[in-house]
Design a protein around this ligand. Structure first.
Ligand code: WT7
Length: 648
């Protein structure tokens, strides 16, 4: 059992939830009167245009409906309602990698969003329910664009700027987007990089749905324009009025889609709702980070991921906080960049991924000592398990031993935090996300739906619906039901299965043990091994391929590919193949899926029915002894052959 760290007493006294008794009391309230608990929150937190008639409708489970009949607009929640008391408060503080700064107040943000919303409506004919793809760098206009869509009821789908043209095209097609909003590019590692050419490439074929492209100029590099299709935001947006009537949205109307990887097939468009999503974004901001009126909150994610959606844009703005947005990499001009920004902006809550902590620890263990980090009150992590080493460095060197670390477990599908410490209440320990938030019924169960005993791995399920849950997979309801409600049952009823394994430790703390499916977690990003295999299979010299994750000291997991090749057998050709295969990956997915290791093998371990035994391949990649029974394999001798090849 690892060490427990009690909450900082000074912080607890001021916190919204001050101790474990208060936490448990809320859990009991939610247990005793589930709908009443959520009803109270939804009334208190959301400024409704029209109140809802019903808290939860389970008639068509798992297509749950929350706050039916209620009308709202998420931008009123994030902007409009703050104008009385916060119009001159900084909503977004943006820092470019080159040191440029922009501070955008709530009133300014309101106007910006309105002008862009008008542009979308008037110039591009975007209507409620239309899909708009955003392929944006980390600039304030990314937030403007998300909110402008929300204002007029369009459904945004942000595609991370690291994805390739092919990946972008897949998403534009799947969403049938009418418009793409992008930028010329931005700056990374001191140099301009480009996005617009990637959009051109994506739209080259098969995207008839997408009629127009709106381009924000950020790095002012030369780009090509397609006449009649491409428009420059900077030139036309100011012609629009700064006032815009918000669309009255149903509580259940989709706010956005965000594509994420599954264990099979193409990435799926996770569909989120308006009311339930914004309620939970706001509530978790307030309670998990305990942000106060004058605080400055910084989440280092990219807006292309759910963390950026909920904790850079929607959550902080819904509660009227000040959110920091940073354009570049953490190591430019040096490894002290983030710490200098915390110092400069007096950041109070800082939220990042373990992979970044490990990198900055390794590359610059002493860098934090050069800065004044005393403004920090709460630290957070997300995306993958954090190892005790990195945790201790974060706790001591960044938090000065006084800031609780909230290790938040959640997913693209959950919309916001599910399992996490509360900074003023929960005694924390390195490597544990601790307990579910009040109202969230997270349970670790076995295949029969029974809770697993302490120390034993089980399936991490959420056994009751929650307001910010995924509503559907865009265009594929069957896949939605199968992916999330097909594997686990409790009391005979299908329940949401996260895809993660977990266990209770001796103290009943929840420890996430990682994915149980064929999804790997590279630097906190989810990648389906099936997607990578499909790409590699496109190479003419690849006969068979299997991809697994292998532990990596910085990235958490690295991508390890076993490949059976045809038509080539010399070593020099293998070196060439490695380059070829990575080119293919970069083209069809993007840099984030680059292979860390490739081994050319004579065959793959398969059962007699032809199923590849990935567990064996995972063990070999880790150089672990094989514990599985290999006698049932079609060719048991293949295991040793592969092992010998991997040892070098
Ligand atoms: C997967 C979700 C949630 C935003 C970022 C990733 C893993 C997430 C933790 C944590 C251990 C974690 C899980 C999960 N994960 N948070 N605190 N400890 N693992 O979102 O891309 O949807 O990935 O990330 O495996 O299923 P995502």
């Amino acid at each position: 059992m690892s060490q427990l760290f009690e909450p900082n007493r000074a912080l607890s006294k001021q916190a919204r939830i001050k101790n474990m008794c208060e936490y448990k009391e809320l859990c009991i309230q939610a247990d005793e009167d589930f709908e009443g608990y959520w009803d109270k929150l939804a009334r208190e937190k959301i400024e409704w245009f029209k109140p809802y008639d019903r808290v939860l409708n389970e008639d068509n489970a798992p297509f749950y409906k929350w706050f039916e009949g209620g009308k709202l607009n998420v931008t009123h929640q994030c902007l409009g309602r703050h104008l009385n008391s916060r119009k001159n408060k900084a909503a977004i503080i943006w820092e470019g990698e080159d040191g440029t700064r922009r501070i955008i107040t709530y009133l300014q943000l309101f106007y910006r969003v309105n002008r862009l919303a008008n542009l979308l409506r008037n110039k591009f004919g975007i209507q409620k329910g239309d899909r708009v793809v955003l392929y944006m760098p980390m600039i304030p206009e990314a937030a403007f664009a998300m909110l402008a869509c929300a204002k007029i009821g369009a459904i945004h789908s942000v595609v991370f700027g690291g994805f390739s043209a092919d990946a972008l095209r897949d998403r534009i097609q799947d969403a049938q987007a009418k418009l793409v909003i992008t930028a010329d590019g931005a700056f990374r590692r001191g140099k301009p990089y480009m996005l617009k050419p990637v959009v051109d490439e994506a739209l080259r074929e098969g995207c008839e749905c997408c009629e127009k492209v709106l381009i924000v100029q950020r790095n002012f590099e030369d780009i090509e324009y397609v006449r009649g299709r491409d428009y420059v935001y900077n030139e036309i947006v100011m012609q629009e009025s700064k006032y815009c009537e918000p669309e009255w949205m149903d509580a259940e109307d989709p706010l956005f889609l965000l594509y994420t990887s599954g264990s099979t097939g193409k990435p799926k468009g996770v569909q989120h709702s308006s009311a339930g999503y914004i309620l939970w974004a706001q509530y978790t901001m307030e309670h998990v980070f305990d942000v106060k009126e004058n605080d400055t909150f910084w989440c280092t994610a990219d807006v292309g991921w759910i963390t950026g959606h909920t904790y850079i844009v929607y959550g902080p703005l819904a509660m009227g906080a000040t959110t920091i947005m940073y354009e570049g990499v953490p190591t430019f001009p040096d490894v002290g960049r983030w710490w200098s920004m915390i110092d400069e902006h007096r950041v109070n809550q800082f939220y990042t991924a373990p992979t970044a902590i490990r990198l900055l620890h390794k590359e610059g263990a002493d860098a934090p000592s050069k800065y004044d980090l005393s403004s920090l009150k709460v630290l957070g992590t997300v995306g993958e398990p954090i190892n005790p080493d990195a945790w201790m460095w974060y706790y001591e060197q960044i938090g000065g031993g006084k800031c609780p670390i909230v290790d938040t477990w959640w997913q693209t599908e959950t919309g916001g935090h599910m399992i996490t410490p509360l900074p003023g209440a929960t005694p924390i320990k390195p490597g544990s996300a601790t307990f579910p938030l009040p109202g969230i019924k997270a349970e670790i169960i076995d295949e029969n739906g029974n809770p697993t005993p302490k120390g034993e791995k089980g399936f991490l399920c959420i056994t009751k619906p929650w307001p910010s849950m995924i509503r559907n997979i865009w265009g594929d309801s069957d896949r939605f039901v199968k992916s999330y409600f097909g594997d686990c049952k409790k009391d005979g009823k299908p329940v949401y299965f996260s895809g993660d394994g977990a266990m209770y430790d001796d103290d009943g703390y929840i420890v996430i043990t990682g994915r149980t499916d064929d999804v790997i977690n590279v630097s906190g990003h989810r990648i389906g091994t099936a997607e990578i295999e499909a790409v590699l299979g496109h190479h003419e010299n690849v006969a068979e391929v299997a991809v697994v994750g292998r532990p990596d000291p910085i990235k958490g997991e690295g991508i390890f590919a076993y490949i059976v090749i045809k038509g080539t057998d010399s070593i020099s050709e293998e070196v060439y193949m490695i380059q070829e295969l990575n080119k293919l990956i970069v083209k069809e997915i993007g840099n984030i899926a680059k292979l860390d290791a490739i081994r050319f093998v004579p065959g793959l371990p398969k059962t007699r029915s032809g199923k590849i035994m990935r567990r064996i391949l995972r063990s070999i990649a880790k150089k672990e002894p094989i514990t599985q029974d290999i006698s049932t394999l079609e060719d048991p001798s293949i295991v040793e052959k592969i092992q010998n090849l991997v040892q070098f």
